[in-house]
Write a new protein. Structure first.
Lengths: 365, 310
């Protein structure tokens, strides 16, 4: 297994620049997830690592070896595609054995490797079937099997779960995490689904517009988002952003939120001055019902049993979502008051950069 | 109890009468198509079969039983024609398939201007066959033709060479023209099939280290195999019955060198007014092609199963 280093990767398609100076150091045996909205360049970046796409500039180092100009097969990577890319005319066995047949591997060794992969992926019973006779989850496993048999240094996954239904996706997430532990391999995984990123990753790379917004552990991203984009992308339901005016910058940052509520927030105030407009980020799960606080009109109420999700408006119509206890005494169409602890709030400048929080929960590994 | 069963049978009777009228309605809907097929396929076929048992000419008809078929069974010339027809078919179809594969692969390659090349493939197919063949007639001409001229310039022949004047060269010249006419369709069908193959399959194979030839052999060919087989069958039927090309180039000559079954049938039935003997030949063509198609469909089915096509 190996480390993976990307050094100043740039990629342009004609005049359109899709990746800007991407540099990442991925450690041995790490499970790294590239996440971002469609068109953010995450799949292109993965394809550049695989060698399916050439970068315009920059270098790729796998296990200490510069592979920027190497053919895909010589990079020590294997890739699982979103469409599974199984050969419909070949049996499960032959699909898994395909890379070994290309290498003209000796039959006994090939057979052993295919059987071991099938065993790990619980496909032993299915080896004689054709892909068309398998379920979506099984097909995905065959695709993974094909990448396992090559013993690659780095596994690449391109949105491998997006063709599965929600329930199966949950199961496969667990299976992939187990597989990662079992194989002890470096894995790079691309998804647009932040839940997959949060649940599986050792570290997450959030990409936006071809740039790395932040690279950190899931909990770092959750508690210390570097930008408004990351804050809005990570967490479910999404973080609320309430416009506010800066009243005071000495000591804590005192602001007046849209709707008139005033708060004193324990964040670094360098770079902001009195009268500036900022946005206060409040996670839906960090608010509680209170006598005093933010005044919200509840438009939609979703009672999910354990929690109640409310969607409403604050001040001049800014959308606000709150996640409250399942039996919270609220009604659709009525107003409610919510309080939030100042240390749970995030503050973003107009350029999207965060003001560092002075007190934040200790990070769990 | 009796009441109960009487009640129970009531809906069943309703359903029966409804299905009767539905059945009738169904027949009514397919009737136009069936009448159409009866008029243009079934009746002429039946009439041809009837004629094949007759000695029929402009003067009248006389029942002769199997005499026409017996004559054909004994005729060495006819045997040669059958062999020649199959040779003509296999040779021409084989070349068309190989050229089609090569052409489609080239047209499918990501090269600049490929749209233009795709358009340039079309003319042999889209210009009227007769006009194309007359063009070839001139190409093959010994005194005015380009081919003969070039061969003379290169010193391959001493003087003008009439391609269509000699048995062997006439046959292969006709094959070349038939390939020219038939290849575009094959190419375009193969191209369409190749474009339907998921790019991911190639990329996955590329990541696994499969080279171009390996990918072509183990992905492209199996993936388009059902289309290859279908095109082989279609193309075989067209080529077997290819009439205009041979007729315009050689009229089956010289000395029968390019006479295939369909040419022979035409010459006998229409040229010599021997309708009965012609009909017997036509029936043999139908039987041969039907047998050929059945064998093909059997293989097609097998191949479709093998390559995971439903």
């Amino acid at each position: 297994m190996a480390t993976l280093n990307l050094n100043a990767i740039n990629k342009s398609f004609g005049s359109a620049k899709v990746l800007h100076d991407i540099s990442l150091a991925i450690e041995d045996k790490e499970f790294v997830v590239f996440v971002g909205p469609s068109g953010c360049g995450k799949s292109t970046l993965l394809r550049i690592i695989a060698g399916l796409e050439e970068s315009t500039s920059g270098s790729i180092v796998i296990g200490g070896e510069d592979v920027s100009d190497a053919a895909p097969v010589d990079r020590g990577i294997s890739m699982v595609f979103q469409s599974y890319a199984l050969y419909p005319h070949l049996s499960v066995y032959e699909n898994i054995a395909f890379p070994l047949r290309v290498q003209k591997m000796e039959k006994g060794e090939m057979d052993a490797r295919v059987k071991r992969a099938a065993d790990i992926l619980q496909l032993t019973e299915k080896l004689d079937l054709k892909p068309s006779q398998l379920s979506g989850g099984q097909r995905q496993r065959v695709a993974i099997g094909r990448s396992i048999v090559r013993n690659p240094k780095v596994f690449l996954f391109d949105e491998p779960l997006s063709n599965l239904d929600a329930a199966l996706r949950g199961d496969m997430r667990v299976e992939l995490s187990q597989l990662h532990n079992q194989l002890d391999a470096t894995m790079v995984y691309v998804t647009h689904d932040q839940v997959e990123a949060m649940t599986m990753a050792d570290r997450i790379v959030v990409l936006n517009g071809g740039q790395v917004e932040q690279f950190g552990t899931p909990m770092e991203l959750y508690h210390h988002p570097a930008t408004k984009f990351v804050a809005g992308f990570i967490g479910q339901p999404n973080m609320n952003f309430v416009p506010a005016t800066v009243l005071e910058t000495t000591g804590a940052l005192t602001v007046e939120l849209e709707g008139g509520h005033r708060m004193s927030l324990p964040v670094d105030t360098a770079g902001v001055s009195k009268g500036d407009t900022v946005e206060v980020g409040i996670r839906p799960e960090h608010v509680t019902l209170a006598e005093e606080g933010l005044d919200i009109t509840v438009d939609v109420l979703e009672r999910l049993g354990g929690v109640s999700i409310t969607y409403g408006t604050i001040g001049n119509g800014t959308r606000f979502c709150a996640s409250l206890s399942g039996d919270a005494p609220i009604q659709q169409g009525k107003n409610m008051r919510l309080s939030v602890a100042p240390e749970d709030c995030h503050v973003f400048q107009s350029n999207g950069q965060v003001l560092r929080r002075k007190s934040a929960p200790a990070l769990v590994a | 109890m009796a009441e109960l069963s009487a009640q129970a049978s009531q809906p069943a009777a309703d359903a029966r009468s409804r299905s009767m009228s539905e059945g009738l309605f169904g027949w009514l809907l397919v009737a136009p198509a069936m009448i159409f097929i009866a008029v243009i396929v079934a009746w002429p076929l039946a009439e041809t079969i009837r004629l094949s048992f007759m000695e029929a000419g402009l003067g009248g008809e006389k029942f002769v039983g199997l005499e026409n078929y017996e004559d054909l069974a004994d005729s060495r010339k006819f045997h040669q024609t059958v062999v020649r027809t199959f040779y003509w078919m296999f040779l021409s179809v084989g070349i068309k398939l190989v050229m089609g594969l090569i052409g489609a692969t080239l047209l499918n390659a990501a090269v600049p201007g490929r749209a233009l090349f795709r358009v340039l493939v079309m003319p042999p197919w889209v210009i009227p066959m007769a006009i194309g063949c007359i063009g070839w007639l001139w190409l093959y001409n010994g005194y005015f033709g380009v081919l003969s001229g070039v061969m003379m310039k290169l010193g391959i022949t001493d003087g003008p060479f009439e391609f269509l004047a000699y048995k062997s060269s006439a046959f292969y010249s006709a094959v070349v023209t038939d390939v020219w006419v038939g290849t575009p369709m094959v190419t375009l069908f193969f191209l369409a099939a190749m474009q339907g193959v998921s790019r991911d399959l190639y990329e996955a194979a590329w990541v696994d280290g499969a080279g171009r030839w390996y990918r072509f052999r183990r992905i492209t060919i199996p993936q388009i195999m059902p289309v290859i087989v279908s095109m082989a069958l279609l193309s075989a039927i067209f080529t077997f019955n290819s009439f205009e090309i041979i007729w315009i180039l050689t009229e089956g000559g010289p000395r029968g060198a390019t006479t295939t079954l369909i040419i022979d049938t035409y010459k006998v039935a229409i040229g010599n007014y021997k309708f009965g003997e012609g009909a017997a030949r036509a029936v043999i063509i139908v039987v041969l092609l039907a047998a050929f198609s059945l064998i093909y469909l059997f293989f097609l089915n097998k191949i479709n199963k093998r390559y995971g096509v439903k």
